[in-house]
Design a protein. Structure first.
Length: 362
């Protein structure tokens, strides 16, 4: 069986989805594919790695973290910058760990035939659209029917544990959906954190060399700002200071040695730190985002009720749109145009996000 979520999903999207006869919400196939791949993975064993530190990091990966690392190169945000950089550099080692020998990954686990059956079953039951929530419920039913016979191995830190895999698949869906909502909300301007981090790198690089630099906005010569560097470090690390800064400069130098084109892509060098910086600012806006999502939920619910009433009267006319410049309409439009959400799929995502992640935010 495949161990790559994206490759697994492409098979269903090409061969099964066109047969369903219903629209399918974003991330539905992803949820099913992730669950299937996680069920086929073995837990990394620390002793299998020559580098003890790398072995400890690999052994700490849960099934979703391992699957997303191998499939998309996604490094867990929970890792500190040095561990994240080490893991990102040695993804092939994690992928190859169980490729040989009697305990070879991909031999056990959920088959593509099972996922195909689940998709076809969902199509026969759903009324208007198939959502990730439908997929999760179907997987839960599958687990109940199979019981403890799904895996030959005993549960181990989330591996070979079907209900834990189900929880992880749900969290991965919500992570992606929440990221899309935050981006579409307009509260977080795309590229702002990258530009801020680029400024941080400029400051620490010149501070390390004891040099001043030209501010590109004011054209004035400036010295690196210790307060600015500390303010960024407070958001991305528990340490900071000169030693941390030298480590980041070393990461740039290492990338430059390995890069063929010589281009400095901070997103590729520091995905972990940029993600942490973005997450720290995102936390400050969660209350605003919750209010926006609550309003969007009410707007979508009302629109779907109106649509049902109009269809019941045999009319296809819809209610007049609200002011398209409003924040709510902008969010709904952005989720539709950028990510492919129709009103029903978006309502399911927003309701689940509010229930699972925003319930206790005032």
């Amino acid at each position: 069986y495949l161990l790559d979520v994206a490759s697994e999903a492409k098979i269903y999207e090409a061969q099964i989805v066109p047969q369903l006869g219903l629209p399918i919400a974003p991330h539905t196939v992803f949820v099913l594919s992730l669950f299937a791949v996680m069920s086929r993975l073995y837990r990394p064993v620390r002793a299998h790695y020559r580098d003890e530190r790398l072995g400890a990091i690999a052994a700490s990966l849960n099934p979703a973290e391992k699957a997303l690392l191998l499939s998309y190169g996604e490094v867990p945000r929970r890792l500190d910058p040095l561990d994240a950089a080490l893991l990102a550099k040695h993804i092939p080692a994690v992928a190859d760990e169980h490729r040989l020998g009697p305990a070879r990954e991909g031999v056990d686990g959920v088959s593509p035939r099972t996922i195909r059956s689940i998709l076809l079953s969902l199509a026969s039951k759903a009324e208007a659209i198939i959502t990730p929530l439908d997929a999760l419920e179907a997987l839960g039913q599958f687990i109940e029917e199979r019981g403890d016979g799904l895996f030959r191995l005993n549960p181990d830190a989330g591996y070979y544990a079907p209900r834990e895999l189900l929880r992880l698949a749900k969290e991965a869906w919500l992570d992606r959906g929440e990221m899309e909502l935050s981006s579409a909300s307009g509260l977080f301007l795309e590229g702002d954190t990258e530009r801020l981090f680029q400024r941080y790198i400029q400051h620490i690089s010149h501070a390390d060399r004891g040099e001043r630099f030209i501010n590109p906005i004011t054209a004035a010569e400036e010295a690196p700002s210790e307060s600015f560097m500390c303010s960024i470090e407070a958001r991305i690390t528990e340490t900071g200071g000169p030693e941390f800064r030298r480590e980041q400069i070393a990461r740039i130098a290492d990338h430059a040695l390995r890069s063929e084109d010589g281009e400095l892509d901070l997103g590729a060098i520091f995905p972990d730190l940029i993600q942490r910086l973005e997450a720290s600012y995102y936390e400050e806006y969660r209350r605003e985002l919750r209010a926006l999502l609550e309003a969007a939920k009410d707007r979508l619910s009302a629109a779907l009720v109106d649509e049902a009433e109009q269809l019941g009267k045999g009319s296809l006319s819809s209610r007049p749109d609200s002011d398209p410049s409003s924040d709510v309409e902008a969010l709904i439009g952005s989720m539709r145009d950028r990510y492919g959400y129709d009103p029903r799929a978006l309502l399911v995502l927003i309701e689940t996000i509010l229930r699972e992640r925003y319930e206790f935010i005032g």
